[in-house]
Design a protein around this ligand. Structure first.
Ligand SMILES: Nc1nc2c(c(=O)[nH]1)N[C@H]1C(S)=C(S)[C@@H](COP(=O)(O)O)O[C@H]1N2
Ligand SMILES: [Mo]
Length: 257
């Protein structure tokens, strides 16, 4: 069974490295490599890995630990690179967990952005009210874990400004985003307050088109694509770990650089 001469320190390190790398990959690929990784993990932890709940629980714990390390490395003052208009990717790619024909049709006139959790002002917002807030633009690179990246020009409200507008508890841990297409994701407060984190209302100077997240999305050049929620319908400030659509299937929660 166990080899007595195994170097426990070395083994722990390589196993965790392996697991962390796997956790940033889509769950399909993670599943294929699970046997190898979990074999090592069972040696390491002595947990019973034969049943799914304990497997998922442990992967989640490792992923969270990885998030902690990345969160600590993340410098909220560091800016992601910006580009010129000439460098923009045309056409900017569409991506979602469904085909482009399935993009939700959200009525901008009926739209209300719901606000919940640790905030002093829980009033919902109309699209018109959001458009009246101070705005800026960024030309930044969007990086998708599926292996493509693209440069886009995004306009909207600095998210830190919006959080202050709603009286958010800025010492809370997480912001959760629910979307009009049953997608959701969540981010940490330092990222929420990052100067390039934007409540996005326009793409290339025009009202955000449906495929890119009408009526509103969150743009974060410091985060991978799946952390940038489109069609946001509600924002909740919370201390309870909210997870996300892909994150709950094994993608790394921090998902950034
Ligand atoms: N609501 C919602 N937001 C989402 C997704 C989604 O399926 N639904 N997909 C994510 C992923 S994986 C990517 S790469 C980007 C793609 O955004 P784009 O269509 O503007 O390129 O949206 C992210 N945000
Ligand atoms: Mo993505």
């Amino acid at each position: 069974m166990f080899k007595k001469n195994i170097n426990p320190a070395l083994d722990t390190e390589s196993i965790l490295k392996d697991a962390q790398r796997e956790l940033t990959l889509p769950s399909r690929r993670l599943f294929a490599k699970r046997a190898l990784t979990l074999g090592g993990l069972s040696l390491l932890t002595g947990c019973n890995l034969t049943d799914e709940p304990s497997v998922n629980h442990m992967l989640e714990r490792i992923s969270r630990m990885n998030d902690g390390v990345q969160g600590w490395l993340f410098d909220p003052k560091r800016l992601a690179p910006t580009y010129t208009q000439a460098e923009m990717t045309r056409p900017f790619p569409f991506n979602a967990f469904y085909a482009i024909e399935e993009v939700p049709e959200i009525d901008g006139d009926d739209y209300r952005l719901e606000i919940a959790g640790l905030v002093s002002d829980k009033r919902s917002w109309t699209l018109q009210q959001l458009h009246k807030l101070p705005q800026n633009e960024q030309i930044t690179r969007h990086i998708c874990v599926e292996g493509w990246s693209a440069i886009g020009r995004w306009g909207g409200v600095p998210f830190s400004y919006f959080l202050k507008q709603i009286g958010a508890d800025l010492s809370a841990k997480y912001i959760d985003f629910q979307c009009g297409d049953d997608y959701h994701t969540s981010i940490d407060m330092p990222t929420a307050l990052h100067p390039q984190t934007q409540l996005t209302l326009t793409y290339d100077g025009q009202i955000l088109p449906p495929k890119y997240g009408f009526p509103m999305k969150l743009r974060m050049p410091t985060k991978l694509g799946y952390k940038n929620p489109k069609h946001i319908t509600s924002i909740e400030v919370t201390n309870t770990y909210p997870g996300g659509y892909w994150e709950d299937q094994g993608y790394n929660w921090f998902g950034g650089a």
